[in-house]
Design a protein around this ligand. Structure first.
Ligand SMILES: NC(=O)c1ccc[n+]([C@@H]2O[C@H](COP(=O)([O-])OP(=O)(O)OC[C@H]3O[C@@H](n4cnc5c(N)ncnc54)[C@H](OP(=O)(O)O)[C@@H]3O)[C@@H](O)[C@H]2O)c1
Length: 246
């Protein structure tokens, strides 16, 4: 029997934007389950949230390990019989953002590692969990993209990201955006909404201290898209409620 409370799964939820997204969703009354590569790190991360009375939990989860997709499915199926919100937040960058222009020299190893996490793993997890998302009254899937995944802006000499070109990361997020568009199309006659989020340039381990945006603001786009009303958009690419060009 499916529970009435909304259940969310946030991958890469033990730190950064993912942890803050879990916190904000739990504050909004959602049960937020984070995935963490290290269960110990994950437990430590949610201890503070639990102490504040928030309804959060953790499962061990590595987006590059197909066995973990099945374990995540089994966990949500057994405990909740559904999944309302999937936030595909886990992501990596293996390139130096300040040393762009690497298209001619980025290694196949970096390309493959980046795509394994940011694209292949994310798609396979989503496909695995989709039957449970279909069992929720109105599922929401949020893919953590980046403005750096915008081909339109990368091709525009006048855009703010024109000079910020790191091929593996940028291409992995552009590919993820393609998944958003394709999955939203496939699900267009259902109540499930699928959107890409650009969180902003956020002060996390990935974003570095040079980033202008604090983590609480960095989680807002994910939370907005995870809690969209029934008349909200699907198949879009947003930052703080504003559409971005693909
Ligand atoms: N920060 C920004 O300015 C910015 C801008 C645009 C987009 N984004 C996107 O927003 C998302 C969150 O970024 P963030 O800044 O919060 O990054 P972060 O601080 O580096 O955190 C990344 C999270 O992903 C997890 N992760 C990495 N590889 C994983 C794997 N194989 N399996 C499961 N989890 C894994 C990490 O877990 P561990 O602790 O185990 O490493 C960590 O929890 C990413 O998709 C990123 O690309 C960030």
């Amino acid at each position: 029997m499916a529970t009435e409370k909304k259940i969310a799964f946030i991958t890469g939820g033990n730190r950064g934007i993912g942890l803050e997204t879990a916190s904000q969703l739990a504050q909004a009354g959602v049960k937020a389950v984070i995935g963490s590569r290290s269960l110990e790190n994950g437990k430590a991360a949610i201890a503070k949230l639990k102490a504040e009375g928030l309804d959060v939990d953790v499962i061990r989860f590595d987006i590059t390990k197909p066995a973990d997709y099945k374990e995540a499915y089994a966990y949500f199926d057994k405990n909740y019989g559904k999944l309302d919100i999937l936030i595909n937040n886990a992501g990596i960058s293996r390139e130096n953002f300040l040393d762009g222009n690497n298209a001619s020299k980025v290694s196949p190893a970096v390309l493959r590692e980046t795509f394994d996490t940011n694209f292949f793993g994310t798609i396979e997890l989503t496909q695995t969990l989709l039957p449970l998302i279909k069992k929720a009254p109105e599922g929401r899937i949020v893919n953590l993209s980046s403005i750096l995944g915008s081909l339109t802006l990368h091709a525009d000499p006048g855009s703010p990201i024109y000079g910020a070109k790191v091929l593996a990361y940028d291409a992995s997020k552009a590919a993820l955006n393609a998944f958003t568009i394709h999955l939203a199309y496939e699900l267009k006659d259902t109540k499930i909404k699928v959107n890409s989020a650009h969180p902003g340039w956020v002060k996390t381990d990935m974003g570095t201290d040079a980033a202008p945006m604090e983590i609480p603001d960095g989680a807002k786009t994910s939370v907005q898209l995870a809690t969209l009303a029934a008349d909200g958009p699907t198949g879009g690419y947003f930052h703080m409620g504003q559409p971005l060009p693909w």
